[in-house]
Design a protein around this ligand. Structure first.
Ligand SMILES: NC(=O)c1ccc[n+]([C@@H]2O[C@H](COP(=O)([O-])OP(=O)(O)OC[C@H]3O[C@@H](n4cnc5c(N)ncnc54)[C@H](OP(=O)(O)O)[C@@H]3O)[C@@H](O)[C@H]2O)c1
Length: 325
């Protein structure tokens, strides 16, 4: 059979062409990852003797991050709001990491009382904390450690938020679910910069990172058509895409030009682990990293130092931190 007649067979329908395109896309994403992404396996950082706190550790990215930190010898405090879900995750992480240095801490980050009693318990138990991963949503033992890192898990969605201080007290322009998320991530970016500035010279660094788009339990908050689309895409593109593939796949979902990628929890944990482990980040503070572990500028609103100061003052007042030693 000649090549021409082979190409003319009905097997070359649109379905086959699509499949080949998908396979090519997946292959190029894999090559891109190999060439450009930070390689977790090549990082030799040992965390023996270090104390790490990961919020939202019972699911998704937080769970994957906790597992890797535990595997490297850290005592990891899984800060979870549900004892049942937390214990289940602890058993799974213990089995996977072969670590017996895991501890469950109960905290509901939507309640100031719960945050305070968790912080009190933490400070009683541990004099020093070397790593805090604010993965779920939102800490002083850090300074005593001499050198410590705070990692704020952000999102590329921060670019779509806006800052209205009234939102801190539940007032201001009403927000849809997505706007709530976008605005909270923008506030986190502003907070990251401000906290980094305040902690200058203390040995504690603060940075934020976008894990990329990851198929985790977080997707349950989206409507079912989005949910289905994410599920479908993650099936094909689990290895993630940081280049042109992301735009192709997600522009329809997010109409965003920011670097995003669709991946599984372990892939989403890599940028977060980069900020936790990479030696070259010693002393780097107040920066935002995209899902390819590259420093990028946070949105303009988050870089406004007057806005950041005002948000800081209001937060301190609302949380009564000004009355705490
Ligand atoms: N997945 C993505 O595509 C994506 C993209 C950009 C950024 N991110 C960011 O990555 C981080 C982790 O998300 P994920 O995808 O891993 O989501 P996930 O699987 O839904 O995990 C979220 C975790 O946060 C916990 N959590 C939520 N509210 C809490 C509260 N009030 N108090 C204590 N814990 C609370 C959840 O606990 P329960 O199990 O009890 O609910 C869960 O353990 C988030 O900051 C998210 O914004 C994710």
């Amino acid at each position: 059979m000649s090549l021409w007649s082979l190409l003319n067979t009905p097997v070359w329908g649109p379905g086959s062409v699509l499949l080949i395109l998908v396979l090519l896309l997946r292959l190029s994403v894999q090559v891109w990852h190999k060439l450009y992404l930070w390689d977790l396996q090549c990082c030799s950082t040992d965390l023996t003797g270090k104390i790490a706190v990961v919020t939202g550790a019972n699911s998704g990215i937080g769970k994957a991050v906790s597992q890797e930190l535990a595997r490297r010898g850290a005592r990891v405090i899984l800060a979870c709001r549900s004892r049942v879900r937390g214990q289940r995750a602890l058993a799974e992480i213990q089995a996977a990491s072969k670590s017996n240095r895991l501890l469950l801490g109960e905290v509901d980050l939507s309640s100031m009382n719960s945050i305070r009693s968790f912080a009190q318990w933490l400070l009683q138990e541990y004099h020093e904390i070397h790593l805090l991963v604010n993965n779920a949503a939102v800490c002083g033992a850090l300074q005593r450690a001499g050198s410590a890192r705070v990692v704020n898990v952000s999102s590329f969605r921060q670019a779509h938020g806006y800052i209205d201080e009234e939102h801190l007290i539940g007032a201001g322009r009403p927000l849809t679910f997505n706007q709530n998320y976008d605005c909270s991530k923008l506030l986190l970016a502003s907070f990251t910069g401000k906290l980094a500035q305040r902690l200058q010279g203390t040995g504690v660094t603060v940075n934020s990172v976008d894990p990329g788009v990851v198929y985790t339990k977080i997707m349950r908050h989206f409507s079912w058509p989005y949910h289905f689309l994410f599920w479908l895409l993650s099936f094909f593109f689990k290895v993630g895409s940081g280049g042109w593939g992301r735009a192709l796949l997600l522009s329809a979902l997010y109409s965003s030009s920011s670097p995003v990628s669709l991946q599984d929890s372990k892939q989403g944990a890599i940028p977060v682990l980069y900020l936790c482990l990479a030696k070259e980040l010693d002393g780097i503070s107040g920066k935002h990293f995209n899902s390819s572990c590259v420093i990028t500028l946070p949105p303009e609103a988050a870089r406004d130092c007057h806005v950041a100061q005002s948000l800081w003052n209001t937060s301190v007042r609302l949380t009564n931190l000004d009355k705490v030693d």
